[in-house]
Design a binder for this molecule. Sequence first.
Ligand SMILES: C[S@@+](CC[C@H](N)C(=O)[O-])C[C@H]1O[C@@H](n2cnc3c(N)ncnc32)[C@H](O)[C@@H]1O
Length: 294
Amino acid sequence: MRLPGLFAACPYRRVNSSDGVPHSDLRESLLICGAASDGLNLLPDRSIRTVVTSPPYWSLRDYEMKDQIGRDDALGDYIKSVVVTFDKLLRVLCDDGTVWLNVGDSYTSGNRRYRAPDRKNRARAMSVRPATPEGLKPKDLIGVPWRLAFALQDAGWWVRSEVIWYKPNAHPESVRDRPTKAHETVFLLSKSENYYYDTDAVRGPNGRRLRTVWDVNTEPRRRSDSGVDDHPAVMPMTLANQCVSITSEPGDVVLDPYAGSGTTLLAARHLDRRWVGIELNPSFVDLIEHRLAL
Ligand SMILES: C[S@@+](CC[C@H](N)C(=O)[O-])C[C@H]1O[C@@H](n2cnc3c(N)ncnc32)[C@H](O)[C@@H]1O
């Protein structure tokens, strides 16, 4: 998969998934506006070396877009929609390709029907909160990441690692009957039993091989000074850089099918990879273009 490098300065093309024009090669990077499941149809077979992505979490945010995922009333529907999209990923991923999947957990709503707007983050408001999934009780931690991982395993993916992204600067919580949550899960999934993984690309403290707990501070919410929308759920650049470095080589194509503000794409460009980003919300696609131009 090693191709001549120096893609950092390469141009990219912005297209709409509804144009339906397949791209037979990915000589230039691609920014696709549309739903992930449609955008993936435009990509060639086995063209992507690694994926670094964070789909919307179940029932945590309303991105106010038709076709958004995460707003599903039933947890099973959310899991199904991610698995269906990941089935499409199998086609476009190289046989030795991988996915870094960051998913957040949540608690049952206790049958409260809405979440009040968060003073710090308006997108955390939900006009409707899903009913407590069958078998769970009010206040139960749902275990969304592992439920999704088991479904992906059943669909043929190898679940190779569960990385705990520990956030040393996590926000305090007002709860008094459990510890304050300060981590999220990042799974490493592979398409095959053997896959590309460079142990030396990133080292832990004292030069030791990376452990499964990564300390990475969250970054402040991205606010745009240019009139384009800001984004409520930005992945720290350190995290994206680390993932891209470990499972791809310069010249490879890196994909984020839920690109948000484009952190994975910027990391890929910085590390001399080409990239493909798919994002449903056109104003976030504008934000990605704004960040790429900086
Ligand atoms: C958690 S955010 C990703 C943030 C990103 N990692 C970053 O650093 O900015 C998830 C994104 O998925 C987008 N999204 C929601 N449903 C989608 C779909 N069906 N296809 C593509 N993108 C979708 C949302 O608009 C949101 O920007």
